[in-house]
Design a protein around this ligand. Structure first.
Ligand code: TNX
Length: 518
């Protein structure tokens, strides 16, 4: 097992003196097992073929996408050819096979073998091959990610990797409500997060400042509620076709979209769109500030639940994934007994559309059914109501704000972001254990981790990228890699090797002084 740490890397200035880690010792997230061999590896050349498992459209799609990416930088033809397992395993090329992987790898795991003869990736399911291809891309020189032809050569180091995830839910979250981000930005974000084996993208689609998804039965939600943003910009919203395009793009990257419509709080945009949703019958003005906790749906009105039923019904129909996130956080303008009654009516609506509810952990107060996934966003390591929910069988996604929030500033000097949960430098984002973080929430109760990116202060793609890199890869590693591989010295070295890749991709990352950037 080669974990990639090296002597000297623990010193703050080690980046300038220690040799950068390379090849199979420079992967993020760290695989389960790595054996880098001493022999010559494989080199992608003009005669390389990409061989795919015959008869599987998803595997062919993965091969075609790998070819598309590598053609841009290598300039080679890289034909994608269906070839039976035995033939493909011995061919000069990159083989993507659905055989010989072993049941212990599960659906998302893979084996990757590199020898002078070629690269073979094996998995039980296409998602495993997709993950193996992400590893292969990190084994190539950073220039392989270039959008223009580069001189090469294109070596892949020899060795063997066996890999599968620690947790099934490895998430990122994008707040498209405070500021709206167009489909192309979300797609690029999906490209970037899926490189690190993140497999869920939670979209925070509605908040006080904006409603971002067209709902056919309530059209003013988007046209009125979506018409502005924090700071008073023009806002925007996804048409249902836009949302389907995001879902399809995510699916091709083996990412499940988790849509969130927050309530009963964080709802000013909806309340501003329809006077009838308000207890007073009068719509408040649109809101472009950054306060939280001032809005509430009208818990006592029947129309509130007709509205929720219609919205959740349309969203369920557009969403192939298993979850609908119903928010439930910071309902400071809703009385506790009203909150309980509200959630008691909304939770069954989600189940009625065949989806599992997901909600911020505040919902633990109402004793939600065990099928409800709680997303923990607190800043302490003890939350009795969440622990009690776990004792009743609920699962938890960990997104502790003082560790995993990508909108927190790195330090006092960071211009973007907020600091209510503290400053989050790279080591803070990395050095915690999801399986033992929250009292009463052990490894088996943890569905996974999520890194939320709230957008009160973030306006452009460059803003999102600066806050996301390098912290998202830390959270991604916590979700994927075995706890036994957790090691800051190793991580910081391997992370340093990602810097040139982000530079090639045009990602303006935060060059943390904690990391020995290659
Ligand atoms: C708290 S954490 C919120 C969001 C804000 C975020 C800013 C949570 C569930 N709610 O409404 O955008 O802080 O960091």
């Amino acid at each position: 097992l080669a974990l990639g740490g090296h002597a000297g890397a623990a010193r703050g200035d080690a980046g300038r003196t220690a040799p950068p880690v390379t090849g199979m010792n420079a992967l993020v997230p760290q695989p389960v097992a790595v054996q880098q061999a001493t022999g010559t590896g494989y080199a992608i050349t003009a005669s390389t073929t990409i061989l795919v498992e015959p008869g599987s459209a998803p595997v062919e799609e993965i091969g075609v996408e790998l070819a598309r990416v590598l053609r841009r930088s290598t300039g080679y033809a890289l034909p994608v050819v269906a070839a039976p397992g035995r033939e493909a395993a011995t061919a000069d090329g990159i083989s993507l096979l659905l055989s010989g992987a072993g049941a212990e790898l599960g659906d998302e795991g893979y084996l990757l073998d590199v020898s002078a003869g070629g690269v073979v990736v094996r998995a039980n399911q296409p998602e495993g091959l997709f993950n193996g291809v992400q590893t292969l891309r990190q084994l190539l020189p950073a220039a392989a990610d270039s959008a223009t032809i580069q001189p090469g050569p294109w070596p892949v180091p020899a060795g063997h990797i066996e890999d599968h995830p620690r947790f099934p839910y490895r998430g990122a979250m994008l707040d498209v409500a405070r500021h709206f981000f167009p489909v192309a930005t979300v797609e690029r974000y999906l490209d970037e997060i899926s490189r690190y084996k993140v497999n869920r993208l939670h979209l925070h689609l509605a908040d006080d400042q904006g409603w971002r998804i067209a709902i056919t039965s309530w059209p003013q939600l988007a046209t009125v509620g979506g018409s502005t943003a924090v700071g008073g910009g023009p806002g925007g919203y996804y048409t249902q076709a836009d949302y389907r395009a995001i879902v399809d793009y995510a699916r091709a990257h083996y990412v499940t979209i988790v849509p969130e419509i927050d309530g009963p709080g964080h709802t000013n945009a909806a309340l501003a769109s329809y006077p009838a949703l308000n207890c007073t019958g009068t719509a408040p003005p649109l809101y472009t500030g950054t306060d939280v906790g001032f809005s509430s749906l009208c818990v006592g009105k029947d129309i509130t639940y007709t509205f929720l039923d219609n919205v959740l019904g349309e969203l369920a129909g557009l969403t192939p994934g298993p979850y609908l996130h119903i928010g439930g956080d910071e309902a400071q303008s809703t009385k506790a007994k009203d909150y309980t009654s509200f959630e008691g009516k909304e939770l069954p609506l989600v189940a009625g559309y065949g989806k599992a509810p997901m909600a911020w952990h505040d919902i633990a107060a109402v004793t939600p059914p065990a099928s409800t996934v709680l997303e923990y966003w607190g800043t302490t390591t003890s939350e009795p109501k969440t622990a009690a929910a776990v004792a009743r069988g609920n699962k938890v996604v960990l997104a502790p704000a003082n560790k995993a929030y990508l909108d927190m500033k790195y330090s006092r000097k960071t211009k973007l972001g907020q600091n209510w949960a503290g400053y989050i430098e790279e080591q803070t984002a990395y050095d915690w254990n999801p399986g033992s973080y929250l009292s009463g929430v052990g490894e088996s109760a943890v569905l996974g981790v999520e890194a939320p990116l709230w957008s009160e202060t973030l306006v452009t793609l460059a803003d999102l990228e600066f806050m996301t890199f390098p912290r998202l890869p830390a959270i991604a590693e916590l979700g994927w890699s075995p706890a036994a591989t957790h090691d800051w010295t190793s991580f910081r070295s391997r992370l340093g090797a990602q810097g040139p890749r982000w530079t090639v991709l045009g990602i303006g990352f935060f060059a943390s002084a904690q990391i020995p950037w290659a």
